[in-house]
Ligand binder design. Structure first.
Ligand code: MG
Length: 332
């Protein structure tokens, strides 16, 4: 088995070999292929969105995805929920000496697939190799640039009392898959990470509906994103527990492990706030997509003071706060 050596990161012949053998066949495109110091491109007028994220997930490969898919979807999704069409990404690889080349190639392949799904190109990249023990196998940083679609105003300042809150699908799958993998629990065939590129869904709804706010529910899960929205908007957000889509496996494992699935990370779900009269039509539109099949209206905003209130299935009300302490490090 061929392994990554320190020499693969020295910028010489071995680095070129790594690029031509592992990265180029999957990620190659004319812009990246120029191998210049920076990618050059023109942007149409209007607003541009720029974001960056680092990925240190453990394990590198998990049911439903891997660090490469996560690194592309995570950054592309941060652009998408800003109403920006993802255009270009950069990728920085920090590799531990001794990583099998075959695994790196699998990561490159899934990055290529995710980039195609999101409609982005990886136009600049960097590879560094650190000695054994200095990095845990592989870390990836991606930055992304996107073009804000014209005529869109999104943000917490846009939401109004009475607006509906929609979630695009079942929550907590990614966090549960990682938690289960780390605890050596086989989550069963049914449970996969929700890791996915959201632009195809978002592109469809922002054109036709007056969306007021969007955010992807990543670290901290659905509850964290909803609490952040309530605070930023200065309104109370009331969520109906029984309307929140949850997979049976996530529900059962969460009960067994004593974690609250509402705080488990997602990597392919977003929330959207829309005027109440548009909510059902948005959900119907999302249902046309594989990733949006479980979309649901889960609550609404009302006058208040930034509280997140959960109406439980038993008729009570729980006040949900920001997550304290982290139940799982390195989920993304
Ligand atoms: Mg985000």
């Amino acid at each position: 088995m061929e392994l990554v050596q320190l020499g693969h990161g020295d910028g010489g012949a071995l680095t070129r070999e790594l690029i031509t053998r592992v990265f180029e066949p999957h990620l190659g495109n004319p812009m990246l292929g120029r191998q210049e110091d920076a990618a050059l491109f023109s942007l149409p007028g209007g607003k541009v969105a720029l974001t960056t994220d680092s990925f240190v997930v453990k394990p590198l490969f998990f049911p439903g995805g891997d660090i490469g898919k996560l690194a592309v979807c995570g950054t592309a999704n941060d652009l998408a929920v800003m109403g920006a069409r993802p255009l270009y990404l950069t990728a920085g690889f920090i590799i531990e000496e001794g990583l099998p080349l075959e695994e790196l190639e699998q990561v490159a392949l899934s990055m290529a697939r995710a980039a195609a799904a999101a409609g982005v190109k990886i136009v600049a990249a960097d590879t560094k190799v650190a000695e054994r023990g200095a990095v845990d196998r592989l870390f990836i940083n991606t930055s992304g640039i996107g073009q804000r679609e014209a005529e869109i105003s999104l943000g917490a300042e846009m939401v109004r009392p009475g607006d509906s809150v929609i979630v695009s699908g079942p929550v907590g799958n990614h966090g549960m898959v990682i938690l289960a993998s780390r605890m050596g629990i086989n989550p069963g065939n049914g449970l996969l990470s929700d890791c996915a590129c959201l632009w195809p869904l978002i592109c469809e709804i922002i054109e036709d509906f007056p969306i007021r706010f969007m955010r992807d529910a990543t670290r901290g899960g659905l509850a964290t994103v909803l609490k952040e929205l309530a605070v930023a908007a200065g309104l109370d957000l009331v969520v109906e527990e029984e309307k929140i889509p949850l997979c049976r496996e996530v529900r059962e494992l969460a009960e067994m492990l004593g974690v609250d699935p509402l705080y488990l990370a997602c990597e392919g779900r977003f929330i959207a706030v829309v005027p109440p009269e548009a909510a059902s039509a948005v959900v119907e539109r999302l249902h046309r997509f594989e990733e949006g099949r479980g979309a649901a209206i889960i609550g609404r905003l009302q006058e208040g003071s930034g509280r997140l209130l959960l109406r439980t299935s038993f008729g009570g009300t729980r006040v949900l706060d920001f997550l304290r302490g982290q139940h799982i490090p390195r989920i993304c």
